[in-house]
Design a protein around this ligand. Sequence first.
Ligand code: PAF
Length: 282
Amino acid sequence: MMQVFYTKKELTAFIAETKSQYKIIGFVPTMGALHIGHLSLIEYSQKSCDITIASIFVNPTQFNDKNDLKNYPRNIAQDIEKLGQLSCDVVFVPDENEMYPVTDNRMFSFDGMDSLMEGEHRPGHFNGVAQIVSKLFALVQPDKAFFGQKDFQQVAIIKKMVQKMNLPIEIVACPIVREPDGLAMSSRNVLLTPQHREAAPLIQKTLLLAVESAQTLPLEKIKAWVVEHINSSEYLKVEYFDIVDENSLTSLKRFQRGKMQVGCIAVWAGNVRLIDNIVFNL
Ligand code: PAF
């Protein structure tokens, strides 16, 4: 039977007991509105850990846009049911006072990795992510933490944070889960209008074509084409598309053979902002 904890006190007692039994703890932090992508992270954790803990907390400090925070889908009762059905061991559902009993003024530095792409368009976003993830890591003390590769930049930044803070936590990046038509699963997809939902699969279709074209076309041409192709839909507007080095996230001027490079994109579909990415493995 899954246990639901609302306080740090309950969680801390459980962690102490679990650690005394030398059990491997897997952790899946989420903001709720769980979809199949989140549930796949729970399953990855269950495959390699003794105990799987999920958290649900819509973290206000990572929202640069007040409306996005207000409209972010919330469905705690359904989320708890879904996790219970998967036999997740524990779900931690703190409120804002539990997580931020005092204002968190900490400023993290990610050596520029946080000011590109998502960071450029969502100022302060990654600092907020680092604040909450570092607090959750301190409480849960997981051996492994599981994140979706859809948030490619977030995974790279959390890996960097773990290195900088010397945390003994393995960060596991798990594959993007997609709808049958290719749209990357996201909690925000439920906010799309029928027209925007119908248009949205063009994002991944375009990225797949871009990877094919990379055999013959230069990088700058591909970048321009991706933006133009997606913007040709009246329902989609590209915010940025960049092809970056997998580790440093620096923007590349030309493809590098034998190296992993990742095309990262953010697209507005009406009022909903969608992100996706694809690996260029040449
Ligand atoms: O990816 C998310 O859902 C959030 O950024 C995370 C990691 C749960 C932190 O609030």
